[in-house]
Design a protein around this ligand. Structure first.
Ligand code: SF4
Length: 204
């Protein structure tokens, strides 16, 4: 195993035993995250639901199936990306995570991103969006990439939203289709020598 794989594995073990907020008392299993430790793209959802809490894996319910479809639509599989959540333990009755819980859990996600060093972060839903786009609404900025601290962040609706609102299904699918093009632009920008006029990406 390489350094990133070992570091993520160690971190997952620490998350599994984390006592830092009250959700540690009600969880069945913590859900640290899963995927390629060297992924170009990290997807950040909200928090575990019932199925995730039972299995200790992210996005394994209906929303997870839709996420698999979305990934397949751009020729990716789960093993090609990394999938994590803003909070690692399930809030009781699937209530919204509380600010104190998000704050307590944030260092775990920070460490995961430090280890993986993705080129792109895709936020799924409003709680992960808020990490990067304070005061924004998902309806206004979904699908629009923005470079933040050297990483391109793309806010998107949560796949679960499409299960409740059928009209969002097409919107999420269209936003996903933009990801390969954004990654290609990033690769070209990295390969090309410095120019007076840098490659322009359509950013917020
Ligand atoms: S939600 Fe995060 S901070 Fe709270 S117990 Fe779980 S891993 Fe720890």
């Amino acid at each position: 195993m390489d350094d990133a794989t070992i570091a993520l594995h160690d971190l997952s073990e620490q998350v599994a035993a984390c006592p830092k907020c009250a959700l540690s008392k009600t969880r069945t299993k913590a859900v640290p995250g899963a995927g390629d430790p060297h992924a170009d793209i990290v997807f950040i959802g909200e928090g575990p639901g019932y199925n995730e809490d039972q299995q200790g894996l992210p996005f394994v319910g209906q929303a997870g199936k839709f996420l698999d479809e979305l990934l397949a639509s751009i020729d990716l599989r789960r093993e090609d990306v990394y999938i994590a959540n803003v909070i690692k333990c399930r809030p009781p009755n699937n209530r919204d995570p509380q600010p104190g819980e998000i704050e307590a859990c944030a260092p775990w996600l920070d460490q995961q991103l430090d280890i993986i060093k993705p080129r792109m972060i895709v936020t799924l839903g409003r709680f992960s969006m808020s990490r990067y786009f304070q005061g924004q609404t998902i309806g206004r900025i979904h699908g629009q990439p923005k470079k933040i601290d050297g990483v391109v962040v793309v806010p998107m609706y949560h796949p679960a939203a499409a299960l409740h609102q059928a009209n969002l299904r097409g919107t999420i699918m269209e936003d996903f289709k933009k990801l390969p093009g954004i990654l290609r632009e990033l690769s070209q920008s990295a390969e090309e020598p410095a120019k007076p006029e840098p490659v322009q990406m359509k950013l917020l």
